[in-house]
Design a protein around this ligand. Structure first.
Ligand SMILES: NC(=O)c1ccc[n+]([C@@H]2O[C@H](COP(=O)([O-])OP(=O)(O)OC[C@H]3O[C@@H](n4cnc5c(N)ncnc54)[C@H](O)[C@@H]3O)[C@@H](O)[C@H]2O)c1
Length: 335
C-alpha cells in the first residue's frame, strides 16, 4: 500500500483524497490544509489523520508520497520541500504561473531522483488516450491535424479569474498538454488570438480573454488547433479529434446517459453533457492515481512529468506573446 498524504483539500484536493482512500493499492496517509475547517471536514469524513503543518507531513515516516492540490502559487515551493524530503509527488497543474519560477524549481530539484508527476488528468481519459493509441497503431495513417475543443460550462467566479494567471496559463494549459500528447512531436510555432465575448468588463479589467483560438505547428508541419470558451451554455464541451492521411479518430463528449429521444417534432434528442471536470473526468482522475501508484511502486518514470508541465507553460507564454505582438511566435523564443 502506498501511503499518500494530500496537501490542500479544497475543490479538487478533497476529490483526490477520496480517490486515494478508495484505491486498492493506496492509503490516505493524512491531509493538511492551511484552512483548518476544510482539513477537519475531510479527515473526519475519510477517517484520515489531520496534520498541522507541511513540515509534519514531510517528516512523517508514515507518509510515502504527497499529492499537492493547494493553490497554484504554493506548488513550486511545495515541490521543492517534498523533493528535499525524498517524497514522490503528484502535483496539480500548473506548476506555477511564472516560467522563471518553474525553471528555478527545475534547477533546484534536478538530480534528486524523486519522481514528480503532473496532474494533466485528461491524458488518462479513456477516449482521449484511445485517440493517441489509434495514431500509434497506424489506424489513421500519417497524422496531419489535431482539433481540440475545450469549453467550460460557465464563467468561473470573478475572484478566481482575477488570480488565475489568464486563460492560457489556467485553462488552455490542459489543451496545450493534450496537443503535445496527441501530436507526439515538439511544437515549433504558436499563433493565437483572443476575444472578450462572454464577460467583456471582467476580461478588460483582468487583461484576459474568455474566447481563444490557438494554432500550434510542429517542425514536420503537423498542426493542432485549440478552441476554448469560458462559457458553453450546453455544458462542459470536451472533444479531441485527430485527422490523418488514412482516416480520423474522435474522442466525443460524455452525456449524462445514453438515452436518445424521438418525437413528432424532434429526433435523436440526447441527454445534457456531464457538468464539469470532476464529473466528466471522474474515471480519469482515478486512473491518474493508479498511474502514480504504479510509477512509485515500480520505480518507473511518471507518465506525465515536471517537464511536461514546463513545456505546456512555454506554449502558454508563446500564445500570450503571439497576441501581444500580433504574430506567430517560435517556441525557441521563450525561455
Ligand atoms: N486538473 C484539473 O482539472 C484541475 C481542476 C481544478 C483545479 N486544478 C488545480 O488544483 C489546484 C487547487 O485548485 P482548487 O480549485 O481545488 O482550489 P481551492 O482554492 O478550492 O483549494 C485549494 C486549497 O489549498 C489550500 N492551501 C493553500 N495554500 C496552502 C498551503 N501552503 N498548504 C496547505 N494548504 C494550502 C487552501 O486553503 C484551499 O483549501 C490549483 O492549482 C488548480 O489550478 C486542477
Amino acid at each position: 500500500m502506498l501511503k499518500i498524504a494530500v496537501l490542500g483539500v479544497g475543490r479538487i484536493g478533497r476529490m483526490h483524497a477520496e480517490n486515494i482512500a478508495a484505491h486498492p493499492r493506496a492509503e490516505l496517509a493524512g491531509v493538511f490544509d492551511v484552512l483548518a475547517p476544510a482539513a477537519v471536514e475531510v479527515s473526519e469524513k475519510l477517517g484520515a489523520i489531520r496534520f498541522d503543518s507541511v513540515e509534519a507531513v514531510l517528516a512523517s515516516p508514515d507518509v510515502d508520497a504527497v499529492l499537492i492540490a493547494t493553490s497554484t502559487a504554493t506548488h513550486a515551493d511545495l515541490i521543492e520541500q517534498a523533493t528535499a524530503a525524498g517524497k514522490p509527488i503528484l502535483c496539480e497543474k500548473p506548476i506555477d504561473l511564472s516560467l522563471d519560477r518553474v525553471n528555478a524549481c527545475a534547477r533546484t530539484i534536478a538530480g534528486s531522483g524523486v519522481p514528480v508527476m503532473l496532474g494533466f488528468v485528461r491524458r488518462f481519459d479513456s477516449g482521449h488516450s484511445a485517440v493517441r493509441r489509434a495514431i500509434e497503431d497506424g489506424k489513421i495513417g500519417e497524422l496531419h491535424q489535431v482539433v481540440i475543443t475545450s469549453r467550460d460550462p460557465g464563467m468561473a467566479p470573478d475572484a478566481y479569474v482575477e488570480v488565475s494567471g489568464g486563460i492560457f496559463r489556467d485553462m488552455t494549459i490542459h489543451d496545450f498538454d493534450m496537443a503535445r500528447f496527441i501530436l507526439g512531436e515538439d511544437v515549433a510555432e504558436v499563433t493565437a488570438t483572443g476575444s472578450r465575448l462572454v464577460d467583456p468588463a471582467l476580461m478588460e479589467r483582468c487583461d484576459d480573454y474568455d474566447t481563444v483560438s490557438v494554432i500550434l505547428k510542429t517542425a514536420s508541419g503537423r498542426q493542432a488547433i485549440i478552441n476554448n470558451s469560458r462559457r458553453a451554455v450546453y455544458g462542459y464541451d470536451q472533444r479531441v479529434e485527430a485527422f490523418g492521411s488514412a482516416g480520423m479518430a474522435i474522442s466525443e463528449n460524455h452525456p449524462l446517459n445514453h438515452l436518445r429521444l424521438y418525437g413528432d417534432s424532434y429526433t435523436d434528442q440526447a441527454a445534457p453533457l456531464l457538468n464539469f471536470f470532476i464529473e466528466r473526468y471522474a474515471e480519469a482522475f482515478a486512473a491518474e492515481i493508479d498511474s502514480f501508484v504504479d510509477a512509485v511502486e515500480q520505480g518507473k518514470a511518471p507518465e506525465v512529468d515536471f517537464e511536461d508541465g514546463r513545456q505546456a507553460l512555454i506554449l502558454a507564454e508563446a500564445a500570450i506573446r503571439s497576441i501581444a505582438e500580433g504574430r506567430t511566435v517560435r517556441t525557441s523564443e521563450i525561455g
